[in-house]
Write a protein that binds this ligand. Structure first.
Ligand code: HEM
Length: 120
């Protein structure tokens, strides 16, 4: 990653807020994955994702949720599920006109937790 974090490049906390909101709308309208969130408190989840993405984008570290392996352990997630979430993330960033190289950095960060999320 360059000297300027993806977090700053995206526009800091307000941009992450906007990204998470759009991202979740996409996830919840995707039949491949929406059912995983049937009993999730989405407000709470938004806040966790904001904190997590802030950290993942290289911003101030205030994420203190469960680790990724622990959080997703009971869901038996597959490549398809992970791919659907990654697609939602990429199309969110495209919608926000984030440059391709920055989207690539974010995808790289997402892929770095893939094995933990899938518990492999
Ligand atoms: C880059 C990939 C992913 C990241 C960064 C991520 C991040 C997170 C975070 C931060 C939490 C909250 C953990 C906590 O409770 O403290 C969480 C929970 C959760 N994630 Fe993910 N996740 C990813 C992939 C996925 C995938 C592929 C699915 C399913 C399609 C998924 C479904 C869920 C669900 C259902 C919860 C629990 C919500 C609840 O508490 O009800 N996640 N995830």
């Amino acid at each position: 990653m360059s000297d300027v974090s993806v977090f700053n490049k995206l526009g800091g906390a307000p941009a992450v807020d906007a990204a998470v909101d759009i991202f979740y709308r996409k996830v919840l309208s995707d039949d491949r994955i929406s059912h995983f969130f049937d009993s999730t408190d989405m407000e709470e989840q938004h806040n966790k994702q904001k904190a997590f993405l802030t950290m993942a984008f290289g911003g101030p570290n205030n994420y203190n949720g469960k680790d990724m392996r622990e959080a997703h352990k009971h869901m038996q997630l597959t490549d398809t599920h992970f791919g659907a979430v990654a697609e939602a993330l990429v199309s969110t960033l495209e919608e926000l006109n984030v440059p391709k190289e920055d989207i690539d950095s974010v995808v790289e960060i997402a892929l770095s937790v893939k094995d933990d999320v899938l518990n492999v």
